[in-house]
Write a protein that binds this ligand. Structure first.
Ligand SMILES: Cc1cc2nc3c(=O)[nH]c(=O)nc-3n(C[C@H](O)[C@H](O)[C@H](O)COP(=O)(O)OP(=O)(O)OC[C@H]3O[C@@H](n4cnc5c(N)ncnc54)[C@H](O)[C@@H]3O)c2cc1C
Length: 483
């Protein structure tokens, strides 16, 4: 038993359903929770304003909760090992507990920090928390990892049936053990994104553990039963909006799974498909996290070997148009405006814009992956890399290379009355429904009645869909048929 332990928070900004907090509470008399700001990461290319604002919001809420319990968050800045060792000296802690992070760069960091902390005489303990099933838990009978989702999901569900994992009772275990605020010592105020040269916006997703619980409760009470019908419609609030929360850990994955499974158990057999669909998405999340552990090379190269020989185009103008939402394809442009202004993008749209960048423009998926990383509040290496490699047909269980979304048809199917594109692209507000996903096809008389001039109000398409499709099938076919 330790007399005092530190719980080092990272992507787990909550108090309930928290593996490391529970482990620390069971093995220690007193606890202090710490978060270390890394100025190099915060000023570097791997993070953007929405995720930084989200983390800062969430730290503020967490601090409020700790203060309400008479304690405080030890908020530090600088080198992780030095800061934690200093805190340990100050509070006379003997151990540091943390939850594992599967990002290869973060794992390397954790190994370095662990060496430093052990050199300072501290015990270091890690826990599995961020995923429901740890990477090695759901594997084939041979022990090999799954690289195809459907059998993975089947095995994941069988493991669930065999022994569901309830949310960790961490808050109850830690209550009464938190160090009083005056013993926590030096602690910083939660900064603003501007401190690190990043803008804030009221349109970015709101962080915090209370908001996460509110979103989960509202989704399960009101919308989960319509999930399959509505999840592909960007104009509709059909999904949970929990992705930034699951990324920052303001809600625990066991809490989400348990809540959904409880709701499922209350439905008759024939009325469970929607909940199963949503649980399936949470299983995708585990699947991609596991892949990153089992195949860390996917962080920088295609999972499919043959994908390495793909001949990408150098198209700086095309890339700039894609980033700015100026491709002339309304659904693509509206999606990019959603990303650029709100820090989030609907899943159907992520698939459409990723297909457009990698197939229509033949641009390396890594450019799109990086752009998403810098602009999403939920930016997560495993899910982002998995989504991009899937869209570019070079990942595990990926979309076939000859499946090339027609952006105009995608728009008509999933935004039939153009409500979403009109909301994001005011220039299309008066364009009739029939042309809202293809303004370039509008006859001159109708365009002039709508007061719309192509090229002035909205760009002409930067590529011809049919020609781009033929080119993509040729280039991808040449590389991937070599498998
Ligand atoms: C190119 C591309 C890039 C993506 N990048 C990310 C990313 O950086 N971070 C991220 O969290 N998701 C990413 N996704 C997956 C998905 O788009 C988002 O998780 C989803 O849009 C989040 O909205 P929601 O919380 O309302 O989802 P819901 O539909 O409510 O789903 C519930 C949860 O399941 C998980 N989930 C859903 N779909 C997926 C998926 N395909 N893969 C993995 N987990 C999933 C998320 O944690 C999500 O919050 C990406 C998808 C694509 C195609």
């Amino acid at each position: 038993m330790y007399s005092i332990a530190i719980v080092w928070l990272r992507r787990d900004l909550r108090l309930t359903d928290h593996a490391a907090l529970l482990a620390a509470a069971l093995r220690s008399d007193r606890l202090v929770l710490a978060f270390v700001l890394d100025p190099v990461l915060l000023r570097g290319p791997r993070v953007g304003a929405p995720i930084v604002q989200f983390f800062f919001d969430s730290l503020r809420v967490l601090r409020d909760e700790l203060r309400a319990a008479g304690s405080d968050l030890a908020l530090l800045e600088g080198d992780f090992g030095e800061q934690l060792a200093d805190l340990a000296r100050h509070v006379e802690a003997q151990a540091v507990f943390y939850n594992l992070d599967y990002d290869p760069a973060m794992r390397a960091r954790d190994e370095r920090v662990t060496v430093r902390l052990r050199a300072a005489g501290l015990a270091v303990h890690d826990s599995v928390d961020h995923v429901y099933a740890a990477a090695g838990d759901v594997v084939q009978q041979s022990g090999k990892p799954y690289t195809v989702f459907t059998p993975y999901r089947r095995r994941w569900l069988a493991a669930y049936e065999a022994g569901p994992r309830a949310p960790f009772d961490s808050l109850a275990a830690a209550r009464g053990k938190l160090l009083p605020a005056n013993a926590v010592g030096r602690t910083l105020a939660v900064p603003k994104p501007e401190t690190y040269g990043l803008p804030s916006s009221a349109r970015f997703p709101a962080g915090g553990l209370r908001e996460a619980q509110r979103l989960l409760d509202a989704f399960v009470a009101d919308r989960i039963d319509g999930y399959l019908d509505r999840r592909n419609l960007p104009a509709v609030d059909g999904t949970s909006g929990l992705s930034p929360h699951l990324r920052a850990g303001t809600i625990g994955i066991r809490t989400c799974i348990t809540t959904a499974m409880r709701a499922r158990a209350m439905r008759p057999q024939g009325a469970r498909a929607n909940i199963d669909g949503w649980i399936g998405e949470l299983i995708w999340r585990d699947f991609y996290q596991g892949l990153l552990v089992q195949f860390p090379r996917v962080a920088h190269e295609p999972f499919i070997e043959a994908g390495k020989s793909l001949e990408y185009a150098r198209d700086d103008a095309g890339y700039a148009a894609w980033c700015a939402g100026r491709t002339g394809f309304p659904i693509v442009d509206a999606a990019m405006i959603q990303l650029n202004t709100t820090g989030w993008m609907h899943n159907r749209l992520r698939m459409i814009v990723a297909s457009f960048l990698t197939k229509h423009l033949l641009i390396d998926y890594r450019a799109g992956e990086r752009y998403f990383e810098q602009h999403l509040a939920d930016a997560d290496l495993a899910a982002n890399n998995g989504g991009w490699q899937w869209s570019a047909s070079i990942g595990t269980d990926a979309a076939p290379y000859f499946r090339i979304f027609n952006p105009t048809l995608q728009g008509r199917t999933f935004d039939p009355d153009g409500a979403f594109v009109r909301a994001m692209l005011p220039a299309l507000r008066n364009v009739p429904d029939k042309y809202v996903h293809e303004p370039a096809a509008m006859p001159p008389l109708i365009a002039s009645a709508a007061g719309f001039v192509l090229g002035r109000d909205y760009p002409a398409p930067i590529v011809d869909h049919a020609a781009a499709r033929v080119r993509a099938i040729e280039v991808y076919g040449t590389a991937l048929k070599r498998r």
